[in-house]
Design a protein around this ligand. Sequence first.
Ligand code: PGA
Ligand code: ZN
Length: 425
Amino acid sequence: RIDTVIGRQLWDSRGRPTVEAEVRLAGGAIGRAIAPAGASRGAHEAIDLRDGGAAFGGMGVAQAVANVMREIAPALAGMDARDQSAVDAALVALDGTPTKQRLGGNAVVAVSMAVLHAAAAAEAVPVWRWLAQDRAVRLPLPEIQIFGGGAHAGRRTDIQDFMVMAPHAGSFRRALEITDEVYRAAGRLMAELGPLAGVADEGGWWPNFASNEQALDVLTRSIDTAGYRPGEDVFISLDIAANELGNGATYRLALDDRAMNGAAMAETVIGWTQRYPIISVEDPAAQDDLATMTAVTAAIGDRVQVIGDDVLVTRAERVETAAAAKACNAALIKVNQIGTVTEAKAALDAARAHGWGTIVSARSGETEDVMIAHLAVGWDAGQFKVGSFTRSERMAKWNEMLRIEEALGARADYAGAGAFAAPIA
Ligand code: PGA
Ligand code: ZN
């Protein structure tokens, strides 16, 4: 039974205020969780409550914390923490808005995840095991950033994430080792090309390229110089985050000095997947441009994973709309886009019911909280996206997954290529 819920203001990986919730059960078990925060957010996401005003650049969360203490705590007191769906339904009803804007998406998601944590603690099992119960689980295929661009790096490239995937690595541990080698090779190549400019919000190298294609060239060469075969051992994955590239109808690639309509944007993305060893593309079109998403998926969906992020915002009903339009074949799952664990799981289930791939994902603003590693395994999502291979708010998640892999021992089955929707795998 939930005894008390406490909220507090902590700091995220960008040094911005964020909400931690702490749930204490009558039996003494405690669960904590911290809200992450996106930078390239979709318009249909849950809305974080920020104080505004002068302090902390307007990013304070004192009101969200107060909502945890004054409204959420009394509403949840006495509830069974093991009944996640009842707790989340109570949170949704208490907030009363479709976007959690009254209590704050940041307040709601922290409490929802803290309740999950407390329930597992009360059962004395890891969260992933509590979620999976007796069902078989797999270690996810990681999607790891090498260059960070777009809204995460002063828009030095148009594309937001240049990532790699190693579906044939054989184990999660080995996939990380391969990525580490590619990341270092990329750093050496970038140093040769000009001064290295540090790292972006998610820890990938800060881009220093003359064109989007040069970034793709250097990434391909990085895989090669690290000793792997691009397109056989290690593949490229892009998050284009096209929502950020214009007004939803016209797309601007500033680095390539081009503006284009949706059809031309689709052709551009399709062309990249023909010239480079790309296995996955996220958000090739803006959040409400289903026609362009559908054009990309129709052209390449049998060999390339097409992921919806801003277009789906972890909402089951938007998954259904996108599925009816054949707009993508995979769904990014971020609990804070919708606000509760139960609703995020419903979006994942909807995607899976359509045969799509599913990817549990971090945000660009993160913390030491490693809950999402447990969600990726406990829900058997198959894929896991956390950012790059530096900075401890990222490494904490990869490291937690290594602990889970070790705990599974001989039963640690790596999802690998099996994580993609059927025709791609
Ligand atoms: P965000 O970026 O957390 O800034 O939204 C991550 C993504 O687009 O996948
Ligand atoms: Zn994205």
